[in-house]
Design a protein around this ligand. Structure first.
Ligand SMILES: *[C@@H]1O[C@H](CO)[C@@H](O)[C@H](O)[C@H]1NC(C)=O
Ligand SMILES: *[C@@H]1O[C@H](CO)[C@@H](O)[C@H](O)[C@H]1NC(C)=O
Length: 559
């Protein structure tokens, strides 16, 4: 595969990038909780003190034929682990095949031998250079070394049983899809889960085990799902009561609807989490062939019906795979990501991005396959696409949850297509997009006025193509913001001459109002720049009651 076919002038060295990212990333992440078991409290994952820990993970692949975490032939393990943490991810979903835990002759193979048997001499040379201390470890020791390195950087780990037989996943007929398939013997699976749960008992940063990736295929059925997933959950819990037990749905983990009328029956509580996978291609090419407002509404409602309802029932929902082609050329993916981010922020979901991996040693018969969904580039030494990463960094921030209530609930005005929020420098400057941590608290009143908490200011329309402004006479239709379109992601108000306009941003990220675009039917245009999500948060806004007096002074100056 081409290694650097994209315009490399846009690829930053990691060090520069980290500075760049930190300008946008919220540094007040919840503690990574590297040292203690996690629990569930209703829909939230919490630490021992009951405080929310939002899982903001990245998937790291270690289940392909070599059974070695990808990238170790390109960068030192500790450097990769440090990068993960520096990019604001607090956790890794680390994949593994059952055979690693049940086939001793595989598990005891050295990393060198494993590559050798596949003819991957170049990877051995890379490992020798970057990870000489790993190359002669056994496969299971190498896996443990990865977990341990992540631990040393305070990165939590979810052990994800991805397949039984090492290799790329997933298809309906790969023999790894459902209980009873050629490579999916329930007893062997239980044995493997028990072994891994036992092996990592007492390893502090291993906070969860995801029992099986993407159940699927002709054999899938609800009765067996309950029968075996309950058995698996009990086996893991009795071997290692510290870990969260994470259960995948049917149909490639897109469907948990069968839990709406039947509950999982377990002997333990406070440890159960459900996982969901949601990609652009989960809905074929719907995003590119339909109107994005209508598709976003249809898809988001489906996701809520098939999985999101679990939150209302008091279960955590971990979107353990989502992601996009980071080249930015896949329109289906681009449109999907904006909608995904709006929903993920609104519901404040726990998640794991697919994927960290920039390239694979060997995937589907290809040596050195490029991974366009990867955060890192082919060489694992640069960020593939900083703007995609910046968007995603917006949801690393926990907006609410137990222990995070610093103030009364309010809104922030989130702009998914940039991952930024509406912010202001002062009361007189134009509003722009900036980091959500720098946002004021907004109230959306029953009169549909968007007002800055602790002030008399509200958001107002000036005219078509003009910056939105803050005013203090908030009774006219220029201050009344309707949430419109099927996606409910457009904020519309009227100019003084009665023209309906939508909140938008210009090329300098100044918040303006323009004619509303592609509200329905039209599939050729992308309304993404006009999508704003009002997100509930209890985190301290830039301006809260303690600074109210100051704001009144500022108001005096502004007047
Ligand atoms: C166990 O692993 C070895 C080494 O990869 C392989 O040759 C063997 O076929 C495996 N055994 C089973 C039962 O899968
Ligand atoms: C990064 O992704 C954006 C779309 O999100 C795209 O416009 C841009 O060209 C991509 N950059 C690179 C270097 O691939």
């Amino acid at each position: 595969m081409g290694t650097k076919t994209t315009s490399f002038s846009f690829l930053f060295p990691i060090s520069v990038l980290l500075i760049f990212i930190s300008l946008f990333t919220i540094i007040t992440q919840t503690s990574t909780g590297s040292a203690e078991p996690l629990y569930t409290n209703s829909r939230w994952i919490v630490d021992e003190g009951g405080r929310r820990v939002k899982l903001a993970c990245v998937n790291w692949v270690s289940h392909l034929e070599p059974v070695v975490a990808e990238g170790l032939s390109k960068q030192p393990l500790d450097v990769i682990a440090a990068q993960i943490s520096a990019l604001g991810f607090n956790c890794v979903r680390l994949t593994w095949p059952i055979y690693l835990a049940t086939n001793d002759s595989l598990a005891s193979l050295t990393v060198r031998d494993s590559f050798q048997r596949l003819g991957l001499e170049e990877s051995i040379a890379g490992l020798q250079t970057y990870n000489p201390s790993i190359v002669d470890l056994s496969l299971i020791q190498a896996y443990q070394a990865v977990v341990s390195s992540l631990g040393s950087k305070n990165v939590m780990v979810v052990l994800d049983n991805h397949v039984t037989k090492p290799g790329w996943c997933c298809s309906n007929f790969d023999g790894n899809g459902f209980f009873g398939d050629q490579y999916f013997d329930p007893d062997l699976w239980i044995k493997g889960l028990t072994h891994m749960a036992t092996l990592f008992k007492g390893v502090q940063n291993v906070i969860g085990m995801s029992l099986r990736n993407e159940l699927r295929g002709p054999k899938q059925n609800v009765n067996d799902w309950f029968k075996y997933m309950q058995r698996g959950a009990e086996a893991v819990h009795s071997a290692n009561p510290d870990v969260l037990v994470i259960l995948s749905g049917l149909s490639y983990d897109t469907d948990l609807s069968f839990l709406s009328n039947r509950a999982v029956d377990l002997t333990f509580s406070g440890k159960l989490v459900f996982e969901l996978h949601w990609y652009g291609f989960s809905d074929g090419s719907a995003w590119v062939s339909g109107n994005p407002n209508q598709v976003c509404s249809m898809v988001a409602n489906n996701v809520k019906r098939k999985a999101g309802f679990l939150l209302d029932k008091g279960w955590p929902l971990f979107v353990s795979e989502f992601g996009v082609d980071q080249r930015g050329t896949n329109v289906n993916d681009n449109r999907y990501l904006n909608c995904f981010l709006a929903v993920a922020a609104e519901l404040d979901l726990d998640w794991a991005l697919w994927t960290l991996v920039g390239s694979y040693y060997f995937r589907q018969g290809v040596v050195g396959m490029n991974e366009y969904y990867g955060v890192l580039n082919w060489d694992w030494n640069e960020i593939r696409n900083a703007s995609v990463l910046q968007k995603i960094s917006a949801i690393q921030y926990p907006f609410q949850g137990p222990g995070l209530a610093e103030t009364r609930k309010h809104k922030i005005i989130f702009h998914p297509s940039t991952g930024l929020c509406v912010v202001r420098k002062s009361f007189t400057d134009a509003l722009t997009l900036g980091p959500c941590s720098k946002s004021d608290g907004w109230y959306y009143t029953p009169q549909k006025i968007l007002e800055i908490k602790g002030t008399y200011f509200c958001l107002q329309v000036d005219d078509v193509g003009k910056p939105a402004r803050l005013g203090i006479i908030c009774m006219e239709s220029d201050s009344k913001w309707e949430i419109i379109s099927d996606s409910k992601l457009h904020l519309a108000a009227k100019t003084s001459s009665g023209t309906t306009v939508c909140l938008d941003v210009d090329s300098n990220n100044v918040v303006v109002t323009n004619l509303c675009k592609c509200l329905s039917r039209d599939s050729s245009c992308d309304p993404g720049s006009q999508w704003f999500q009002l997100v509930d948060t209890t985190r301290r806004p830039r301006l809260d009651s303690s600074t109210k007096i100051k704001s009144v002074l500022e108001l005096g100056i502004a007047r």
